[in-house]
Design a binder for this molecule. Structure first.
Ligand code: NAD
Length: 261
């Protein structure tokens, strides 16, 4: 547990499902005040608020599209109006779809880039503006992926967006370090969330993914949430510009395991 997170105001985008939801609950367990941004999961929201409260935190929810400037501004305003501040911004919302690159439409390219990269930029910019104006030495966490490092055929828009998140994070970390604002990202490997549901329903595809993971299992959302609370806490007070890989070793060249290569 991280006592420094008690009472801290945390905004999480895309928090109605998967990693966002797990982070909301874990920040709740740290007694934080959590703003749950959801996209189109109205029916889920009340249950998530209750889950965060039962875990020990406070929660409120706000609908919003991270690709829209006005919506992102509204999320921060909602945090400040409801809980009085903004201490931690988690830019988590993200999408992917599989398309061979020669067939990838401009529309699909733009949709992924505007959600995964521009959406995270808007979240960073609005949070930084608020933190600077209010002299808050806050923490920003962007959700990247092992695909900021590992090329991924048929997902060129996704890989490009996550590569962008890496350098955006590092650049902002450098720019705002003098203000005591830390900017980091988490790069999950394969985690059991709705984004992977179709793939993991197919036993062959799932087996193929597990073969790429030296630790031999698909990660749990809670294992990513554990990274987020550490990065947000004072225990990570000297950490900025980091990509924290939580991938069961996927980025450690699994093809070279045990005598191969
Ligand atoms: P998920 O599909 O459960 O979560 C994505 C969330 O983003 C959903 O709640 C969705 O409603 C929301 N969202 C989509 N478009 C939005 C928009 N325009 N505005 C606001 N919200 C929007 O999947 P997840 O695995 O929890 O993904 C969360 C993040 O983690 C993503 O950025 C994803 O790229 C990243 N990630 C996931 C994995 C994994 O294996 N699950 C691995 C690496 C990175």
């Amino acid at each position: 547990m991280y006592p420094s997170l008690e009472g801290k105001v945390v905004v999480i985008t895309g928090a109605a499902t998967g990693l966002g939801r797990a982070m909301a609950v874990r920040f709740g367990a740290e007694k934080a005040k959590v703003v749950i941004n959801y996209f189109n999961e109205e029916q889920e929201v009340q249950a998530i608020i209750e889950e965060v409260e039962q875990a020990g935190g406070s929660a409120t929810a706000i609908q919003g599209d991270v690709t829209k400037e006005a919506d992102v501004k509204r999320m921060i305003d909602h945090a400040v109006k409801t809980f009085g501040s903004l201490d931690v911004m988690v830019n988590n919302a993200g999408i992917e779809n599989e398309v061979p690159s020669e067939d990838l439409s401009l529309e699909d390219w733009n949709k992924v880039i505007s959600t995964n990269l521009t959406g995270q930029f808007l979240g960073c910019r609005e949070a930084l503006d608020y933190m600077l104006k209010n002299d808050i030495k806050g923490s920003i966490i962007n959700m990247s992926s092992v695909h900021q490092e590992i090329p991924w055929p048929h997902f060129v828009h996704y890989a490009a967006s996550k590569g962008g998140v890496k350098l955006m994070t590092e650049t902002l970390a450098l720019e705002f370090a003098p203000h005591g604002i830390r900017v980091n990202c988490i790069a999950p490997g394969a985690i059991d969330t709705p984004i992977n549901a179709e793939k993991f329903e197919d036993p062959e595809l799932k087996k193929g993914v597990i073969e790429l993971i030296p630790m031999g299992y698909i990660g749990k959302p809670e294992e990513i949430a554990a990274c987020a609370v550490w990065l947000a806490s004072n225990e990570a007070s000297y950490v900025t510009g980091l990509t924290l890989f939580a991938d069961g070793g996927m980025t450690q060249y699994p093809g070279f395991q045990a005598g191969k290569g």
